[in-house]
Design a protein around this ligand. Structure first.
Ligand SMILES: NC(=O)c1ccc[n+]([C@@H]2O[C@H](COP(=O)([O-])OP(=O)(O)OC[C@H]3O[C@@H](n4cnc5c(N)ncnc54)[C@H](O)[C@@H]3O)[C@@H](O)[C@H]2O)c1
Length: 275
């Protein structure tokens, strides 16, 4: 399939998990890709973020699938990194048709709202909400000039519902859904669409180096197997979501097949939020 032929997509958090799945699907659909990740860990985040080797692995598979690839490390909390990334992307490809704001952190979490430290609270909002805003700030002038663009924010069912002991994450993702709607209104006259995808529980696909279910289990102090059982019981369909399901929704939002869709959220949650 080639529904993204001749398009240039930028994907953050592409070192593993959903971001890697999005990069691979974009390459399969004929796009050229700019893939980025932090390549380092953050002190106040209680688990390892992607290494540069993981991002290189994503780049290698995208190339095998026929894409031209620009790979650059960038921390979405750092405006200089983000600006340099967009500049490098334009120098290489001359345009950016779509960005996928996927980089995110699932923890610190696992405690009542008042027990978060200021540092824990701030890092969740900084990565998950201000990160996508920094990308939009840097890419909007280019998309306005092009009079074309699709911005896809990877939010969560946590952007629509509450989760006990995940207030920081939930607040950041609700914020991201709000940012999506307002930005959609800001840029609609410029033919720039802004949408969000809200995945429910996603299973950890080993081939994608995914580990978010484990992060959630660790935050709640339970075994991975128990978390997987809880996730399975919480969805209406007999299976939790795959990162590839999220990537499929991303492809549609990045393609012209969704040209009259903006300001919305697509929930990909195996029926989790239908209850
Ligand atoms: N896995 C799930 O169950 C699930 C469900 C709903 C939403 N999501 C969202 O999907 C997105 C991807 O999650 P995932 O499950 O693939 O997790 P993941 O940890 O495997 O991937 C997240 C990626 O973001 C990168 N990242 C984190 N902070 C960064 C920063 N400051 N700068 C640049 N990159 C940074 C990480 O290095 C990592 O590669 C996240 O936004 C997450 O909140 C995940």
């Amino acid at each position: 399939m080639t529904c993204l032929k001749d398009k240039v997509l930028l994907i953050t958090g592409a070192g593993r998990g959903i971001g890697r799945a999005c990069a691979l699907r974009a390459a399969e659909e004929g796009a050229d890709v700019i893939i980025t990740d932090i390549g380092n860990s953050i002190e106040s985040v209680p688990y390892k973020l992607s290494s540069s080797e993981q991002l290189e692995m994503t780049a290698q598979i995208c190339k095998e699938r026929g894409a031209s690839v620009l790979m650059q490390l960038a921390d979405v909390c750092n405006s200089n990194d983000v600006d340099a990334l967009i500049e490098a992307a334009i120098n290489r490809f001359g345009r950016i048709d779509a960005i996928v704001n996927n980089a995110g952190i699932g923890a610190p979490a696992g405690k009542a709202t008042h027990l978060y430290t200021s540092e824990e609270w701030e890092i969740l909002l900084n990565v998950n909400l201000s990160g996508p805003w920094r990308l939009i700030k840097a890419v909007a002038p280019i998309m306005i000039e092009q009079q074309y663009g699709s911005i896809i924010n990877i939010a969560s069912t946590a952007g629509l519902l509450g989760y006990k002991h995940f207030a920081g994450y939930v607040a950041s993702k609700h914020g991201l859904v709000g940012l999506t709607k307002s930005a959609a209104l800001d840029y609609a006259q410029k033919n720039i669409r802004v949408n969000a995808i809200c995945p429910g529980p996603v299973y950890d696909d080993e081939l994608l180096d995914g580990n978010m279910t484990k992060v959630v289990a660790d935050s709640l102090g339970i075994q991975l197997g128990d978390q997987e059982s809880i996730d399975l019981e919480s969805v209406a369909l007999n299976t939790v979501v795959s990162p590839h399901d999220v990537a499929d929704a991303m492809v549609w939002l990045a393609s012209d097949a969704s040209q009259r869709v903006t300001g919305t959220t697509i929930t990909v949650d195996a029926g989790y939020s239908a209850k």
